[in-house]
Write a protein that binds this ligand. Sequence first.
Ligand SMILES: N[C@@H](CCC(=O)N[C@@H](CS)C(=O)NCC(=O)O)C(=O)O
Length: 335
Amino acid sequence: MSSATESLESDETASHPEAVSAFTESRVSQVGHVTSRAVHTCLNHPAESSQDVTMATDARGKCHRMSGRLEPPLRAAGVSGSAYLSAVRPRLRPLARAPPNREVGRPSLRTVPNSKPAAMGVDLYYMDLSAPCRSVMLLAKAIGLELNLKVTNIMTGETRTPEFIKMNPQHCLPTMDDDGFKLWESRAILSYLASKYGPAHLYPSDPKERAVVDQRLYFDMGTLYERFGKCVYPLMFGDGKIADNALDNLKEALGWLEGFFGDNQYVAGPKQTVADFAIASTVATIEACELVDLAAYPKLSAWLAACKTDMPGYAELNGQGATAFGGFYKAKVNA
Ligand SMILES: N[C@@H](CCC(=O)N[C@@H](CS)C(=O)NCC(=O)O)C(=O)O
């Protein structure tokens, strides 16, 4: 059984066994299958079933933005889940490319609610150089969530103003404000946004699947990025003293990450999760600094190459910022 089906089971099968067959059957579709939450909406909330189906995942678990009107409450009329999806599927179509975001001249991250819509979009205080910020922007783009991007320059003290400190006393980026709910720590933001606005597989509810995703997130923050930082930050922002073993420690962490893949395509298993977005921004930054030859990690290299082509908006939302970070670091090395 696919993990997509498993996550559906853990969410809804107890009350709606028909959803599993519908979900499995829909995997053969060219279009992709409707996410478990969309199925959930159809089956559990007939009153809401005239809303758009806005997210679908393909057979590899990748997210696609889709739109299509759902039929009136077919379940209420005694129609099974699989018949319901058969009726819905032909109406799914890819959404047109979104217009640029006027505030910062980026592609708009149009709201595509999978559960509840973000009424006014989600505010994100960010800067491109920051890998944690880029991970959040990549995820938002992938799930079609509209972000109100607020460029914030840490170098000129824009996170130290009384207004910013009131919002986030820790004065760090990224900081998110979702209709008054303020959050920082990029990986917590990823999990929150995926849980609230994304398809279930990005942050699975199954305890073991979620634990593996969390392990990867903590590994990214506490080991991989930490060790990377020890290779570059002293030169970029400190006294220039890099510990002798710093690079070997980073290579060791990359070796562990290489091992995490096993036979899987993604960092936390067979499906894309929030951990892919966190680690893609970290590894892209490592690559841009040219500290390590990533070819020594073939699975990691293949995954990063796939992220570059498959993650929507990758070049603009992650590639450019990572390159700028790398340029900053290399300028310090050569100074
Ligand atoms: N673990 C945090 C790191 C946050 C962080 O250190 N952000 C940096 C930019 S990459 C920052 O805002 N530094 C300025 C400050 O802390 O005052 C996350 O992932 O969000």
